[in-house]
Design a protein around this ligand. Structure first.
Ligand SMILES: [Zn+2]
Length: 425
């Protein structure tokens, strides 16, 4: 295909007609080049003069404030004139979650064929995994050096959305990056520019070993279906979080794994911790290489298995399973003569806890919550509603439950008792 036509096809796949797009060439013989276009044909024509003569040609991915068109309407500006370019604040809506699968190599050279293919294969591996998670089909493309997946989303450009996108990319990096292909965690900011497919990626020297290649869309779905916020949140949830609770004493995790006969398949550094990938899942040995344990520099420990059926498991459930009775600070005097052991609030605070928010900033795992109010204002009704939504894992009073929770409802108050007391007063 004529590459001007291919560029117009790219623009049609990514934008609705009349959208305002910034075309940017960070490095050319004129320095920075930038212009704003709402005419796909004029944009493609402007690109033609630079294609193959610059390292890379880029466009903004998300929806740009249409007023920026009047910085340079359907034309290019050069050097100092080209500034300012699109910032994160200039984006009106986040419409794409981009993923960049980049082969590990020194900077400013093109990838070799083996690296190029491995990056494309990694993109396909992630696409398949996300499909299993229920995600819609993305646009799959060749950046010229590696692979790209771009998933449609529909998010307001606010702090919360930016955090969510960043967490999703970090989770993918955590799950899939290896020594050969890395998933770039820095491409999620709203004003990010992206390779314009149909143009040549020309990093370093063009050689048979490390050739320049024309970027292109490999597959685009017939209908673009946005990934839901819930699906994004679930992906973000795969990212291990450093336990925020107090860490009491520390465990020699390697010795602990050894003592409990847990086989480690891989050890690597991850953020400020050490990650132990487990040969098999300790909760279900049928799950191979889906579970891990991380010890953070704080001493805190997290454990998880990526299998859906293990989504409720964590370091505490693992410890309870393998080391029953490890929980300290239980007052011994009660244990002989009373089947119920009592804990004071101080005992609870002194325990090692993996505190994870479950519902906004109101409800946390491994925590005791107390609701206090006058008689008759609706505490019980509130609790009934809260636990129904907790069990469904959906939204309640404007905050989303992070997942469906197991609920056990016990009450010591016979029905109608509070009404009886109220009426006697
Ligand atoms: Zn498992």
């Amino acid at each position: 295909m004529d590459n001007k036509k291919e560029i117009i096809e790219t623009l049609k796949a990514l934008y609705s007609s009349n959208s305002v797009i910034e075309l940017r060439i960070p490095k050319s013989k004129y320095g920075l080049v930038s212009g704003y276009f709402n005419d796909f044909n004029l944009l493609a024509e402007a690109v033609m003069k630079f294609d193959g003569k610059v390292a890379g040609i880029y466009i903004t991915l998300n929806i740009v404030n249409p007023d920026l068109l009047y910085r340079a309407k359907n034309k290019l500006k050069f050097g100092r004139e080209a500034n300012p370019t699109t910032s994160d604040q200039d984006i009106t809506e986040i419409s794409w979650l981009p993923m960049d699968f980049d082969p590990v190599r020194p900077s400013d050279i093109s990838s070799n064929d083996e690296e190029h293919e491995k990056a494309l294969a990694k993109a396909q591996e992630v696409r398949e995994w996300l499909t299993v998670q229920g995600w819609p089909t993305p646009i799959f493309s060749d950046s010229g050096n590696g692979g790209h997946l771009i998933y449609p989303v529909k998010l307001p450009n606010d702090q919360e959305s930016r955090k969510l996108i960043e967490k999703c990319l970090k989770a993918l990096d955590f799950l899939f990056s290896d020594e050969v292909v890395k998933i770039d965690t820095k491409v999620g900011n709203p004003g990010r520019i992206w390779k314009l497919y149909g143009t040549i990626s020309a990093k370093g020297e063009n050689s048979p070993e490390r050739p320049w290649r024309r970027s292109r869309i490999i597959e685009t779905p017939e209908k673009l279906i946005p990934v839901t916020r819930k699906q994004l949140e679930k992906l973000a949830g795969f990212l291990p979080e450093s336990p925020r609770g107090k860490v009491n004493g520390s465990i020699d995790i390697e010795r602990w794994l050894d003592e409990h006969n847990i086989k480690v398949s891989k050890i690597k550094n991850w953020n400020d911790g050490i990650l132990y990938e487990l040969e098999e899942c300790p909760w279900n040995p049928e799950h191979k290489r889906t579970a891990y344990i991380i010890q953070f520099s704080s001493g805190g420990i997290a454990a998880k298995c990526f299998h859906n059926s293990c989504s409720e498991e964590n370091w505490w459930t693992l410890r309870d399973m393998l080391e029953p009775g490890w929980r300290k600070n239980k007052p011994e005097k009660n244990q002989d003569d009373n089947p119920i052991s009592y804990l004071s609030v101080n005992d609870i605070l002194a325990q090692e806890k993996d505190i994870i928010p479950l519902w906004g900033n109101m409800l946390f795992s491994e925590a005791v919550h107390i609701l206090v109010a006058n008689t008759g204002v609706g505490k019980t009704t509130l609790i009934y509603n809260l636990i129904i939504h907790a069990a469904n894992g959906d939204e309640f009073l404007g905050a989303q439950f992070s997942r469906p929770l197991k609920v056990l409802y016990l009450t010591l108050k016979p029905p109608g008792l509070s009404e009886a007391i109220s009426s006697k007063r």
